[in-house]
Design a protein around this ligand. Sequence first.
Ligand SMILES: Nc1ncnc2c1ncn2[C@@H]1O[C@H](COP(=O)(O)OP(=O)(O)OP(=O)(O)O)[C@@H](O)[C@H]1O
Ligand SMILES: [Mg+2]
Length: 375
Amino acid sequence: MKKIAVLGGGQLGLMMIRSAIDFNIEVAVLDPNPEAPCAKHAAYFEVGDLNDFDTVYNFGKKFELITIEIEQVNTKALHKLSNEGIEVYPQPHIIEMIQDKRIQKQFYEKHNIPTSPFILTDSLEDILTKSDFLPAVNKIGKGGYDGKGVQIMRNAEDLKKGFDAPGLMEKLIDFQKEIAVIVARNKKGEIKAFPPVELVFHPTANLVEFLLAPAQISVEISKKAIEIATNLTENLSVIGLLAVEMFVTKEGEVLVNEIAPRTHNSGHQSIESNMTSQFEQHLRAILNWPLGDTSLIISSAMINLLGEEGHIGPAICEGLEDVLKVNGCHMHLYGKKITKPFRKMGHVTVRDKDINELKNKIDFVKKTIKFISNE
Ligand SMILES: Nc1ncnc2c1ncn2[C@@H]1O[C@H](COP(=O)(O)OP(=O)(O)OP(=O)(O)O)[C@@H](O)[C@H]1O
Ligand SMILES: [Mg+2]
């Protein structure tokens, strides 16, 4: 029986386990949280710090193939494991580059990948001198996720909200839409992209509220986005998945925002609405198997179920049964015991041939299901 080791045991790992079961692959997971979503479902689960060299090395050396579901991991240990002949996908140097938004942006610049103009910043003191670069977005170089580590700056007063750490400022893009394309590449160099999806952000929380597949964009913009994402994957020679988040500007330009070398929130709906899911595709890619057909079978939407504001404590899911009555609805509960404001507790995929009907279903799910706590 094949075995795969995964660093990180969150919902992305959980959905990867579902695909692994279909291939009769055993999944071993390392995560610091003993109650992580994968804890009960992995064939082997170890509790440990993903950023600690010894923990990652000692976990990894027991296996022949290692992958990640989060990029905040100890890459020194991964380099050592890779040098010792263990297959590590995505390759450690790619994870390292993606851990630092400064290096990511410099990579786009060097390879002529369209992206928003930027400057590097070292500290808050440095940021305070950059009022001529406004309006801008200040991003922390390392450690940001789900919009934490991103600060929008429109006027000189906003500069004070900057991060006192190495980071960057990029021009604020007045975009028309945010889209994402997930590309897979195997060791043989076979490449396949999923059709672009459209990300609709929560108005205040700075994270994806729902997404639409396919993105409501022209064929021309779709082609451009797929071409950019495919070029990036080729440039980096990624083995596994590369998720590419992009902005479509009002002028129809496509700019790369950021990339992630792993399964991604923007591909969840592929489980129910594409010929091959992103999770299966990731396994095919890292196993050097033929890549699956990425075509969309039916239009769909993925709604993130976020913890309600004002509720912290043991999670209660309200409205589940009402949502299950919706035709073409599929529920994914991540099994997180504690809810917190905007914590990703699960998601719902809804499908419909008709885009307006799909939008009605999104509205219904959004207003019906809630993660709260009584404590
Ligand atoms: N240059 C920009 N112009 C306008 N909006 C931006 C810009 N950069 C980021 N944003 C907004 O902030 C969001 C979060 O930024 P980014 O994707 O870089 O951060 P993140 O925390 O790594 O995100 P996540 O983990 O949610 O993917 C973007 O999806 C977009 O809505
Ligand atoms: Mg992002």
